[in-house]
Ligand binder design. Structure first.
Ligand code: C5P
Length: 393
């Protein structure tokens, strides 16, 4: 799968730079053409000659030296790349990429490329956890970069903590995964809903739920990265707006229903990851309810079921977040809502459900087949769901 692929490997100044030698070697052995670009500080840790010898290709260390065939045209590497991998990625390069600085060859290449970009951070634990770095990583993720997360272990400082470069094996798996997905959803239009709808009680209060929107956003971003045109209809969340995706913000179930009806006209699939409120107050008061009354009765009525009522010839994928009889309940919903797939998760499972970055789900199809997935990141769960969608479309 790596044969004939051009991997641009950006190496920045971390002690973990020596591990990039193994990565370069393994990728070359697997048949990839590995074009190494080193930052000035990376060359202080490892000699460019190491990479030149391993890859049998010139190594780019500066935009100005005529040391390689690429130095003349600073975007040539960006265009040649099937994938760009920055390993190790320091806090500095992560910050510079987040704002789009292009004053060296790595910055230029990333800014100019249309290829997918993987960042493999390695740094001191405090630098990693600093809100600036976390903000930059979140920003880059929202733009479609893949982050191969650093692991816990002994750091160069001698401290034990998170910040070690991920294992070579994991980096290669991520490269393969991205290259194999390619553009399998190119030309397809996918509508995704996310977040928890809010039903107003009065001008300041609402009935809501604990959905963070993370699963829906992960699906939207994964579908975008696989070439789909994506419409994301989102109830309020704290997540950054993903790039390259048409986002329609909504608040109530009624608003979501309208937005879905509008978006599905040309859709190939609707994925309802939103946690839709099942009830709404019969009437939201215009004025703020005062607390003079010792008690207050709120009459609730059912909201419309968006997924059951939406019409059209596209795949319908639902979610079933359950706390008991998970599979049986999910199966019932699959039939009742006439879905092609349902994704069941037990919200009482550790690492699953609201707010967290991981999820453990079972995908059930129309024929009743179950695929139980292990605990995975929401992004990986999204890709596993989209593997199924890509086959069904
Ligand atoms: O709430 P319930 O468990 O029935 O939700 C299952 C699926 O139906 C979810 O995909 C959810 O987004 C969708 N749903 C909907 N409209 C509702 C309630 C749920 O589309 N009113």
């Amino acid at each position: 799968m790596l044969t004939g692929k051009t991997v641009v490997l950006g190496i920045t100044g971390s002690i973990a730079a020596y591990k990039a030698a193994e990565l370069a070697s393994r990728l070359t052995q697997a048949g990839a053409r590995v074009e190494v670009v080193m930052s000035e500080s990376a060359t202080r840790f490892v000699s460019p000659l190491t990479f030149r010898s391993l890859t049998d290709r010139p190594v780019v260390t500066s935009m100005w030296e005529a040391s390689s065939e690429f130095s003349v045209e600073h975007v040539a590497l960006a265009e040649a790349a099937d994938i760009v991998v920055i390993a190790p990625a320091t806090a500095d390069i992560i910050a510079r990429l987040a704002v789009g600085i292009a004053d060296d060859m790595i910055g230029c290449t990333v800014l100019a490329t249309k290829a997918p970009v993987i960042l493999v951070p390695a740094m001191n634990v405090n630098m990693l956890h600093n809100p600036a770095t976390q903000h930059n990583l979140a920003e880059l993720k929202a733009r479609g970069f893949t982050i191969v997360e650093p692991v816990c272990g002994r750091l160069a400082s001698g401290r034990i903590g998170e910040g070690r470069l991920a294992e070579t094996e994991k980096i290669i798996a991520s490269i393969k995964q991205i290259l194999s997905k390619g553009n399998d959803l190119a030309g397809k239009h996918i509508v995704v809903t996310a977040g928890g709808t809010q039903e107003p009680i009065d001008p300041v209060r609402h009935i809501g739920n604990r959905a963070s929107g993370k699963m829906g956003y992960a699906l939207a971003e994964a579908a975008r990265d696989r070439g789909a045109t994506v419409s994301l209809i989102t109830a309020p969340t704290l997540l950054p707006k993903p790039a390259g995706i048409a986002v329609t913000p909504v608040r109530t179930t009624a608003e979501m229903k309208k937005a879905v009806a509008r978006s599905v006209a040309q859709a190939d699939a609707l994925i309802m990851a939103a946690a839709v409120s099942d009830y709404q107050p019969r009437k939201a008061t215009k004025a703020k309810i005062k607390k003079e009354h010792p008690s207050l009765n709120l009459e609730l009525i059912r909201t419309p079921d968006i997924l059951s009522q939406v019409k059209g010839n596209f795949l319908k994928i639902g979610f079933a977040a359950e706390s008991e009889n998970v599979i049986a309940n999910a199966r019932q919903k699959l039939v009742k809502k006439q879905l092609d797939l349902i994704v069941a998760n037990d919200i009482t499972d550790a690492g699953s459900g609201f707010g967290v970055d991981t999820n453990k789900v079972t995908i059930i199809d129309k024929q009743g087949n179950e695929e139980a997935l292990p605990l995975l990141s929401k992004r990986e769960v999204a890709d596993r769901i989209l593997d199924r969608v890509a086959k069904l479309i």
